[in-house]
Design a protein around this ligand. Sequence first.
Ligand code: SAM
Length: 226
Amino acid sequence: MDRAYWEEVWREEDLGFHQSQVNRHLQRFWSRLKLAPEARVLVPLCGKSLDMSWLLSEGHDVIGVDFSRKAQEDFLATRQEAVRYSQQKDLYLAYQGALLFVAGDVFHLRQEMLRSVDAVYDRAALVALPPATRQNYAFFLAQCLRPGAQILLVTRQAPEERLSPPFNISAEEVDRLYGTNFRIERLQREERGDGVIEEVYLMKRKTPKAFGRLPGDACEARQASS
Ligand SMILES: C[S@@+](CC[C@H](N)C(=O)[O-])C[C@H]1O[C@@H](n2cnc3c(N)ncnc32)[C@H](O)[C@@H]1O
């Protein structure tokens, strides 16, 4: 699922993933992260999710990231505050109160932006990525997040495997992707009436043995090459 795929999705407004209500797992489990109100939360592949409004209403600083400038525009329009725009290479930044909405590729985010992140909220982000990209994404988060940073992850598994998003993510895959670098706790496993299983995980970045400028540090490497 490359950028062209998602641009088409937004152009055609084929937004079946968008929820008209705040996600119930977010509302139910967010307090488990025990964050201070002023904590900074990254919402990767955010679309125009109302979950960001909820996180802002909790007092958090929110960084939303999505390829789509339409998603950025639509989300900003739901809020009253003035917007200030800037650009860093191929990233289009919009600041609106405690929100920073970055229109661009999540993998192009700069390290200094991510090192200050206390928590990541992932609903319909990991499941939107094809298998090879999922590995890069989990590795990218592990490399960029500081020890102690947390991820609230919502996954899903439908009875049939699909060739397009949302993809099925099993507990084994979560463990394979994140287990080395994160302590993983499964908070919930729920089978919906339609046979789809939703799982909610709380993950905490472990302290690497030699944290910092390791060879292969994804963020550092990206910075050096940009
Ligand atoms: C399934 S939607 C989920 C949106 C949102 N999380 C929600 O719950 O409504 C996935 C979104 O990821 C965005 N996306 C996919 N790959 C991306 C990438 N590498 N960088 C930034 N955004 C990306 C797409 O544009 C799309 O809006």
